[in-house]
Design a protein around this ligand. Structure first.
Ligand code: GDP
Ligand code: MG
Length: 710
């Protein structure tokens, strides 16, 4: 939607940007953010990741480790524009932070390492941004490093991400002598002092020795831009001079349509290239108006109606998405919201359609990492933290009670690893349960399972680091003395073939007879579907009985609860759809929600009991960079010994071999130490979850035996 078509009064949003910084770990996201805050006057000192004094990595755990764990939000202004920025973690263990940030952002800066180009998680976050349709600009960072190569990094974006990357700058000098950039649109050279804080830079005419490189790079840029824009192409072919403003506005359109991705050059740590990056954010990334209407589902009481498109406007009923929860030591529990329509004010009552409860807005804050500024209201297009809501979780919609709408929620990843946690003294049991419940509420990629018989608490997460950080918070924030078991793989179970189950629920509850009989089948599916998609209703079943939405919900809930633990070893059952085949009631007995839920759960249990169950294990994708060709053989045979499958081996120009392999997580504990000693500390690797796979026969027996199930 163009600004002209938008509802009146929102024109000021043209000057607003909601952006994120995404990248592979260590590409320089936090360092870049710190520079941005400094040059925009938000901070008055340059924080460094390795000194542990950055503003954005504010958690003690982040500062000690030099990594970003939670996505921090901040606001600053640049040349009259307000920019809300979210710095996200690159480590796969914290992928939920990237996911929920991208869900609410309008545009992103993707930072690449000038030496390594596209790395595995650059690819992962790029795909995530694709899913949310987020326009991007690319920043090739670390051009001061030995081995840095701008053109190669651009080439890797083109080949690995398969997109049209368009450099709009050329680096001046590389590695040690990297001094600045040539602006291909303006035809100017920007030079920073070699040392210094980088706040000043000179804008010069392009010297003769750079003219050839400039002319050819500019021509390539113009051709790429004109290829997407017929008017500009005509002008270019006619030999007319193209003004910088014309090139920019044409390129902007293609960036917003995600046809082109501008590429910029810099070295954040050396304080070079940041100001032009900020200009590019303004010039090429979308405002909330450019992103246009947002789709929401209308709900009326229990009924879900159709999708509606909500335009950005300040005076419509309010509509916001809660994308993050954070406990602030001074304020309490904060809910981060992106407002899509209307204006949220202090004192407002907002409806959470999931819980059907109203939530009161008591305070509103603009966040600056972990410090905050109180504001009276937050308008459509903007991001803020709200204090007041009690029962709102990540992905929930908050809207005006006048019109109940539900925005698309946030996709939650499956945890793959878990640890048993117990209090050192049993007096702390309840306190620990509360603490864990708080952590899991803040971070929905962590799960807590409490064994109903033994009271044992199992905390699951995305990786060893994720669990380590959660446990650390139990010590530090909740001052709990605990014992932590060894990390274990979170297996899954699945049914090998379709199987039916049934249950007749016939009980006296509080003096009344309740009855329901459910017959259903479990059908194995390849694709892992979301919970709601798992239940298939036979038309005749629902029509026959005029099932209410609430009754269907109860049946679904019963089914899903029963899938929480399978019969092999109590792991969650995945990769299965449930078809409800038949439902029966009995005259004189209540066809109640309790009866439906109970019958459904026990019918699933019945089917699981009869089924042949597979044990599934998480498989990780590894990318290992081995600089020394002599040790490649040893690294590969070690992978094979871990039941790994090598997928590809590529030798790069600089002699580094890049190995990609799929390896079961069960055999990856301690891998970083092992690969270091195999390669004398020179190999680098990264890993991320790929999929679940059936555990082969012999290994399966070993696993079940070790769990005491065989
Ligand atoms: P993140 O994981 O993407 O947030 O990356 P960080 O900002 O934490 O940076 C990772 C490491 O790279 C830190 O030690 C930084 O000091 C360093 N670094 C960041 N940018 C540059 C750069 O432009 N040049 C060099 N040489 N090092 C950099
Ligand atoms: Mg970081």
């Amino acid at each position: 939607m163009s600004p002209k078509e938008s509802s009146s009064g929102v024109d000021e949003l043209v000057y607003l940007r909601n952006i994120g910084i995404i990248a592979h770990i260590d590409a320089g996201k936090t360092t870049t953010s710190e520079r941005i805050l400094y040059y925009t006057g938000r901070t008055h000192r340059l924080g460094e990741v390795h000194y542990g004094d950055t503003v954005m990595d504010w958690m003690p755990q982040e500062q000690e480790r030099g990594i970003t764990i939670t996505a921090a939000a901040t606001t600053f202004s640049w040349k009259g524009y307000q920019i809300n920025l979210i710095d996200t973690p690159g480590h796969v263990d914290f992928t939920i932070e990237v996911e929920r940030s991208l869900r609410v952002l309008d545009g992103a800066i993707v930072v690449f390492d000038g030496v390594n180009g596209v790395e595995p998680q650059s690819e992962t976050v790029w795909r995530q941004a694709d899913r949310f349709g987020v326009p991007r600009i690319c920043f090739i960072n670390k051009l001061d490093r030995p081995g840095a190569h701008f053109e190669q990094a651009v080439a890797s974006i083109r080949s690995k991400l398969n997109v049209k990357a368009v450099p709009i700058q050329l680096p001046v000098g590389q590695q040690d002598s990297f001094r600045g950039v040539i602006d291909l649109i303006e035809g100017k050279m920007l030079l920073w002092e070699l040392e210094g804080d980088g706040s000043r830079y000179e804008i010069l005419d392009i010297p003769s020795e750079f003219q050839d490189a400039f002319q050819s790079a500019r021509q390539q840029m113009i051709e790429a831009v004109a290829e997407e824009d017929d008017l500009l192409l005509e002008k270019y072919l006619a030999g007319a001079i193209l003004l910088p403003e014309e090139v920019r506005s044409s390129l902007r359109k293609s960036v917003l349509a995600r046809k082109l991705f501008p590429v910029l050059a810099g070295a954040a740590f050396k304080n070079k290239g940041i100001q032009p990056l900020l200009d590019a954010v303004i010039n090429f990334l979308p405002s909330p108006i450019d992103r246009g209407t947002v789709r929401a589902k209308e709900v009326h009481g229990e009924k879900e109606l159709d999708y509606v498109d909500c335009p950005v406007s300040f005076d419509q009923p309010s509509l916001a998405l809660a994308f993050k929860l954070m406990t602030d030591t001074y304020v309490g529990s904060l809910v981060f919201v992106r407002v899509y329509a209307g204006t949220i004010k202090i004192g407002d009552q907002l409806l959470n359609p999931r819980t059907q409860k109203k939530e009161r807005v008591q305070k509103i804050f603009k966040m600056h990492a972990n410090s905050r500024q109180e504001i009276p209201l937050v308008k459509a297009g903007d991001i803020a933290a709200v204090f007041g809501p009690k029962n709102t979780g990540t992905g929930d919609t908050l809207c005006s009670p006048q019109r109940a709408l539900v925005l698309e929620s946030i996709h939650l990843p499956e945890p793959v690893i878990s640890v048993v946690i117990e209090p050192k003294t049993s007096a702390d049991q309840a306190k620990l349960e509360t603490a864990l419940a708080t952590l899991v509420k803040e971070d929905p990629s962590a799960r807590l399972k409490i064994d109903p018989e033994t009271g044992q608490m199992l905390l699951s997460g995305m990786g060893e680091l994720h669990l380590e950080i959660l446990v650390d918070r139990l010590y530090r924030e909740f001052h709990l003395m605990i014992n932590v078991g060894r990390p274990q793989v979170s297996y899954r179970e699945s049914v090998a073939e379709t199987v039916t189950g049934e249950f007749e629920f016939d009980r006296l509850l509080g003096g009344t007879a309740h009855y329901a009989k459910v017959c259903l089948e479990l059908i194995p599916v390849e694709k892992h579907v979301t919970a709601e998609e798992r239940i298939i209703w036979d038309q005749q079943v629902t029509q026959q009985l005029f099932l209410s939405v609430e009754a269907k919900k109860m049946i679904a809930q019963g089914c899903l609860e029963a899938l929480d633990s399978g019969f092999l070893a109590g792991f969650p059952v995945i990769g299965v759809n449930i078809r409800v085949l038949n439902l029966q009631k009995q005259d004189g007995k209540e066809f109640s929600e309790a009866a439906l839920r109970g019958a459904a759960a026990l019918a699933v249990r019945d089917a699981l009991k009869k089924a042949h169950l597979n044990l599934l294990e998480p498989i990780f994708k590894l990318e290992i960079r081995v600089p020394d060709s002599q040790v490649v053989g040893a690294v590969v045979s070690d992978l094979t010994a871990r039941r790994g499958k090598v997928e590809a081996m590529n030798m790069q120009d600089n002699g580094t071999t890049v190995i990609t392999a799929l390896v079961p997580l069960a055999n990856l504990f301690g891998y970083s130490t092992d690969v270091r000693s195999l390669s004398q500390g020179r190999a680098q690797f990264s890993m991320e979850f790929a999929h679940y796979e059936v555990v082969p026969g012999k290994v399966r027996d070993d696993v079940l035996r070790s769990l005491g199930r065989l």
